[in-house]
Design a protein around this ligand. Sequence first.
Ligand code: FO1
Length: 317
Amino acid sequence: MTNIQISDLKVAVLAGGVGGAKLVLGFDRILEAGNLSVIVNTGDDFRHFGLQICPDLDSVCYALAGLANKTYGWGQENESWQVANALADLGAPTWFQLGDRDLATHLERTRLLESGKSLQDATQILCNRFGILSQVYPMTDEPAATMIETKQGSLLTFQDYLVRLSAEPEVARVVLAEAERAELLPASKKAIEEADLVVLAPSNPWVSIDPILTLKDIRKILTSKTVYAVSPIIQGKALKGPAAKMFAELGIEPSSQAVLAHYRDFLDVFVYDLSDDQLSDQEVETVQLQTIMKTDEDKIALAEAIANHFLKYRGRL
Ligand code: FO1
């Protein structure tokens, strides 16, 4: 058993928004530059004011660049709102708050895309400019918009559901029709295949992780990898966002157990919070860790605890 160091591990993290970005920062800090690959959900992406907005890519990149707004989890810290205020004065739609610095990211990404760059290339260019050394990949370059079908029978774009309507409509179905037709980005596929360890970050299973798992072939690849998942549900509740509400509306009692079941067919180890009820499972190993990440130290500690567990777990295989 070679005594490989944590920093030498190659880790691929599948991540969505806020919760995902926190754990990604933890791994970024403990791994050798370039050993972390983040495969990011693009189902939340939408066009707004003619700009291509990629919220989860931005949450991950801002976190890794040390620019993330600490209060909201999206957008930037030290933000100003001149354009947003001017838009309000014009009577323009303001339900999706665009800070001035955040707007620069959307403007530059849109310019790169319209100059013919792929979303992967545009993301790489922005990451280079942000000084990010980890690999950040969109899950696909193709359209993969997540839609929400409500119990009232309407079909909403994701941001309309989540932000404009504050996730109030009752969810009948999460529609991933575009993701079902999209190809997993080859670079993301390679990163997963080459990883020692794949980690599903504590993101919303339905709308942040499932879009990635819906892409062709990824589940088959994951069955041949060592896969950890961190529960985004603690004591039946999500720390942020509508994950628990969606479980309930989709007829499933929200719990970490329900999250484990959601990923069961390719999962090796399930990580859930110290404060949650004891959980054991026949096929999947369960580990209780401090998964609530308030500080950067918490994020690093959780990443380290997962990596340490993996080094021992791998030794037992
Ligand atoms: N979420 C909100 O609840 N309200 C907003 O006004 C808002 C603006 C926003 C701007 C840029 C961006 O990248 C994300 C933004 N988000 C906002 C979060 C967004 O809805 C994401 O999809 C969530 O973080 C879930 O991933």
